[in-house]
Design a binder for this molecule. Sequence first.
Ligand SMILES: *Cc1c(COP(=O)(O)O)cnc(C)c1O
Length: 474
Amino acid sequence: MEKEEFRKRAHELVDWMADYLIQKENYPVTPQIQPRAIFDQIPDSAPEKGESFDAILEDFKEIIVPGMTHWQHPAFFGYFPANNSEPSILAEMLMSTLGAQCMSWLTSPAATELEERVCDWIRDAKGIDKTWKGCIHDTASTATLSALLAAREKATNYQINENGFQGNEKFRVYSSSHVHSSIDKALKIAGIGLNNLVRIPVDENFSMISEELEKAILEDLENGFHPLCVVSALGTTSSTAVDPIDKISQITQKYKIWHHIDAAFAGTALILPEFQELIKGHELADSYVFNPHKWMFTNFDCTIMYLKEPRYLVNTFSMTPEYLKTKLDEEVNNYRDWGIPLGRRFRALKLWFVVRSYGLQGLREKLRIHLLLAQKAKSWIKDEDKLEILAPVNFNTICFRYFSEGLSLEKENQINEAWMNQVNATGEAFFSHTKLNGKYVIRWVIGQTDVTEKHIQKAWSLLLEQLQQTLSKQ
Ligand SMILES: *Cc1c(COP(=O)(O)O)cnc(C)c1O
């Protein structure tokens, strides 16, 4: 493509992008299509000759867009959001134009130094200890795996990195029974083994019971295990439950265990001072992760990991032996040594655009709107006799279900599942579910960039209308 053609096409696409952002709520949230419908519309071999941009764009509009789930739709209430925002999108455009690979300081000093500054900004805004340092990863899964590897290497004085497992390690990792699957995955990859994930019971609020944690550690010590790491959750994926960070830190200190805090979704709330007491005691922990790509208006992917002592991470991943380090290495960060991949995107740019564009005040206002909307939705559900809320609404996620005295749990679950599927099939809103104590519950997460009261009112009417329909079919 010639440069002048690029200019013309870029302008055209920007128009499409702006239209999309204005009209995004007119699309069905999820596409109502059959499996393979998209695959079958794509030719079975790559074109030998280049095609016109018009043809490509036409197919994008006709084949791809109708096959998308519209994550930025204000009535996308499922999973956790992966919200974006205009400043973040614009920064992504610049990132892809610069096309820089930011593995080390020298390969883009600005990327490295901006990353350090922006991580510091957000650390301070969240009330995280000022001595901690941050770095940006692709996802929380990667950050958590990195933390676990650093914990493993710290505990063995880097012996597993050097010599591999000797077969006598017997590591244990502890987490609440509501742990995110990324922790299971990290145990598999780190060579610790899924069976060495000890799932600590939770209380009625789905928070880890710290006394049970200590009991499990003591029992493991007695049986010759090596307690390695506790992964606590600040906002579980099921119900956004919060583990007692302070109490867990006391225990990990006492037994010299790495404490990693997984705040992937809810961590954004810490920029509101009233939530900062939730991380009391984090200064005694070792690492903390949260995803600006979930609830902080920054395009997927963007995860920040904070560490009390980054040297454990850097020593685990660095491929530069001590004696080869240059003077410069001590003055600058080479972020390739802070994680698994060598290559790195310039993710700090979009974060910088977002934080500067909203300002901390603007971000806080936006979060407060979401929290307020969640309280509204919660009160509507509470006032409905046939509905119940099964977990504390700690942030902006509501776990609710239909119930009826005369029905078996199995029947109730079946009705709730049918209800949610019917709502989703309308394409007007999208919800996902979880199970709490065996009960099927619908999760309503109100964190979309452009969600307003109008959207949740509409969703509420839809929920009630579809519940009637579901019940009438029983
Ligand atoms: C979403 C989530 C993750 C995984 O996040 P990725 O960035 O997709 O890897 C981990 N933990 C919790 C609590 C989450 O909500």
